[in-house]
Structures are given as structure tokens and as C-alpha cells.
Design a protein around this ligand. Structure first.
Ligand code: PLP
Length: 387
């Protein structure tokens, strides 16, 4: 079937790439060892710092987010080190599996995929570790599989209360540049991020923001690493270069995306995401359906997980929406497969795009035979009527 108009890419990342970013990437390749590249590298490395809320080094990898997960671990830890992880959802589960495969010992605190990390559990586990066997606490800031955001400052306070020296690593792959985040102020040691969500770029870049403490830990960490090693990258970056051929075109795009974020202003970006998330929840509740996130303090600004009533298949709703209205919604991942769909409302997005998205979801639910009240879209529009 021929589709007219734009596809609605309402998965929680990769997100819509703005035309400005696409145009910025449509440029000739330059010498990655020449002065023009050095200027580009300087601009993006500096421009990223306010987005992470840091004045410390940021390493850029030509890799998906999974690579940056691995980089965070192999740069700071040694074989047999213990890491404390929390089962907030699919991505937290994958990160701890990777830690296990890399030869780390994982303490994986079970969770119900509807709540973020409980700060009390963090302090309980660390208090029960007087010998400091735990070397790092790993938290996914925004669980893309559930739409639940963990309260990072409270987790930091919980670590501090115990006086435990573990490194604090946070995955911001679906929160950076969408939901407020402060690497320095919140005392995070390694922040992991990716290009394809709030940064509005295609997939292909990922990041580690690195505290002085993490950098220090990397000097004695013994997990084997080569490509992921921070040190040669940081050294080359100081001259505006990389130790390998960088993803020049994604860096062109990054420069433009950073410019767009700076024009809008990060507080406005965060408020926009919160407002769209709020309108989406009003729609879900207007349909008489349930939002997956079970704690009012932890709703994600970047996506909403919607529970489909028993006896109905969330993937069937997604299939109808794609087939009839040319819109992609996020699938349920891991143990949520078939039970939820996810509405992405992050990145380059506005009120009318959200209105169109929610209209498509409402029509899709009805077409798939899910019993809903057709009041969701109106509830969202009422919210969008206000600033
Ligand atoms: N962490 C989170 C929170 C994610 O949402 C994702 C991907 O969606 C990943 C990690 C893995 O990143 P990637 O698929 O880019 O390797």
C-alpha cells in the first residue's frame, strides 16, 4: 500500500531526526586529521557538557548505547568486582547480564518493572557491605521498556548516607536531553548516553561522561579493554582528534542538534517533555486504560507504557496502527511482550504531533477491538490547550 505524508515514528527511540539535523549531515566528508575536523570535535565536545550537566570529560563512541554500557564497566572495574543492579525493566536486566558476561559478580535486586530504584534498598544493600566488596551501583535513569524514571538525586543521597565508596553509574540513554539530568551536581561517576533519543540524531553514537573518581578508578581497573579505553580517546580529543576514524557525519548532526537544544534552552526542553507526558497520561486514563508506571513521582517524560486489558494483545494494536495509520509504537519488551505498548513522546516533537499520535492510538485501540472510552484524545487536547 502506498503511504502518503510522513510516517509517525512514535517509538521511544530512535526518534524523529529534525530536518535541520538531516541537512547538516548531508555534507562532504572531511579529513578527520585536519583542522576543520579539530574545530568540529571541539565544538561538539564543549557543546555536550551542558547537556550532561558536567565540566568533566565526555567520551564519544561510534557505537550504539550497548557499547557505552560496556565502556563504563571495562574502564572502571576488575574481574570479580561486585556490582549492585536493580531490576527496573528490560534494559537494567540487559546491563547486568553484560556485567556478568564481563566477569563481574552481580547483585541483582528484583523489581516489578513498574517502579524505579528504591533509594532505601540502595542504602540497605550498601550498609550490608561493610567491606566494600561492591565497586559500583548501576542504575537506568529512564527505563525505556517501562516508562519509569528512577530518582537519581535520591539514589545518590542514599549512597552518601552509607558513606560507601562504590562508583555510581547511570544509563541516561532515553533521558538525556529529555528529562532533567545533572552529572556533576548529582554526583554521578559514569553517565552512559546514546545519540538516537533526546539528542535527535540517528543511532550510531554513544557517550560516557566521566567523573574524576571514575577516571582515577580507570588507572587501576583490570578488565581487558582496547577500543573502549577512555585514556587514548581523551588524549586525542585534547588535540581535536580521535584514535580511530570517527563518525564524521553523525558529529555534523550532533553539532546541529546541540545548537537546536541550546536555542530552545534545556529547561524548556524538559518542560516540553513533561507536558507531553502529562497529556499522554490524561489520554490513557481517558480511554479507561492503565499507565504501567505505578508511582506518581516516577512517570517518564519521554515515553508512556500503556497496559492493554487482559485478553487483548498489545502487538495486535501496534500492527493495526502501523497498517492503517502508518505509525510505529514501541513494542512490549521482555516479560511485558504483548501486555503493553509504548508511546514515545521525546526528541523533536510538538503539540500537534502528539495530538496526531494520540488520535492514531485511539483509533487503533478501537479498530483492534480493545474496549475503551473514546475520551482520551479530548482529555489530552484540553491539557494541550494550556501552556
Ligand atoms: N539502555 C536504555 C535505557 C535503552 O533504552 C537502550 C536502547 O533502547 C539501551 C540501553 C541499549 O542501547 P542500544 O540499543 O543503542 O545499544
Amino acid at each position: 500500500m502506498v503511504s502518503t505524508g510522513r510516517h509517525f515514528l512514535q517509538i521511544p527511540g530512535p526518534t524523529n531526526t529534525p530536518d535541520r539535523v538531516l541537512r547538516a549531515m548531508a555534507a562532504p566528508t572531511i579529513d578527520h586529521r585536519g583542522p576543520q575536523f579539530a574545530e568540529l570535535a571541539r565544538e561538539v565536545l564543549e557543546g555536550l557538557q551542558p547537556v550532561f550537566g558536567t565540566t568533566q570529560p565526555i567520551v564519544i563512541y561510534p557505537a550504539s548505547g550497548t557499547g557505552a554500557w560496556e565502556a563504563a564497566l571495562v574502564n572502571t572495574l576488575s574481574p570479580g568486582d561486585k556490582v549492585l543492579c536493580f531490576e527496573t525493566g528490560h534494559f537494567a536486566t540487559l546491563w547486568q547480564e553484560m556485567a556478568g558476561r564481563l566477569g563481574l559478580e552481580v547483585d541483582f535486586v528484583p523489581g516489578d518493572w513498574r517502579h524505579g530504584v528504591d533509594p532505601q534498598q540502595v542504602s540497605d544493600r550498601l550498609t550490608a557491605d561493610p567491606d566494600h566488596a561492591i565497586k559500583a551501583v548501576l542504575v537506568v535513569h529512564n527505563e525505556t521498556s517501562t516508562g519509569v524514571t528512577s530518582r537519581i538525586p535520591e539514589v545518590r543521597e542514599a549512597i552518601d548516607r552509607t558513606g560507601h565508596p562504590a562508583l555510581f553509574m547511570v544509563d541516561t540513554i532515553s533521558s538525556l536531553a529529555s528529562i532533567e539530568y545533572r552529572h556533576d551536581d548529582w554526583g554521578v561517576d559514569v553517565t552512559v548516553a546514546g545519540s538516537q533519543k533526546g539528542l535527535m540524531l540517528p543511532p550510531g553514537l554513544s557517550f560516557n561522561a566521566i567523573s574524576a573518581k571514575a577516571l582515577e578508578a580507570s588507572r587501576s581497573a583490570r578488565l581487558r579493554r582496547s577500543f573502549w579505553d577512555w585514556q587514548p580517546i581523551i588524549e586525542a580529543n585534547q588535540r581535536g582528534f580521535f584514535p580511530y576514524t570517527p563518525a564524521t557525519h553523525l558529529l555534523y548532526g550532533l553539532r546541529e542538534a546541540l545548537q537546536m537544544l541550546s536555542e530552545e534552552g534545556l529547561p524548556t526542553v524538559f518542560a516540553r517533555h513533561q507536558r507531553h507526558a502529562e497529556a499522554t497520561r490524561l489520554a490513557v486514563r481517558g480511554w479507561g486504560l492503565e499507565v504501567l508506571c505505578a508511582d506518581e513521582r516516577e512517570h517518564s517524560g519521554s515515553l508512556t507504557g500503556v497496559i492493554v486489558p487482559d485478553g487483548h494483545d498489545a502487538d495486535q494494536v501496534r500492527a493495526v496502527v502501523l497498517d492503517r495509520w502508518n505509525m510505529s509504537l514501541g513494542t512490549g519488551l521482555g516479560k511485558l511482550a504483548g501486555r503493553i505498548f509504548r508511546i514515545g513522546h521525546l526528541g523533536d516533537f510538538n503539540d500537534l504531533m502528539l495530538a496526531g499520535t494520540l488520535a492514531g492510538v485511539q483509533m487503533g485501540l478501537i479498530a483492534a477491538g480493545v474496549p475503551i472510552k473514546p475520551a482520551g484524545v479530548n482529555a489530552a487536547l484540553e491539557r494541550l490547550q494550556k501552556p
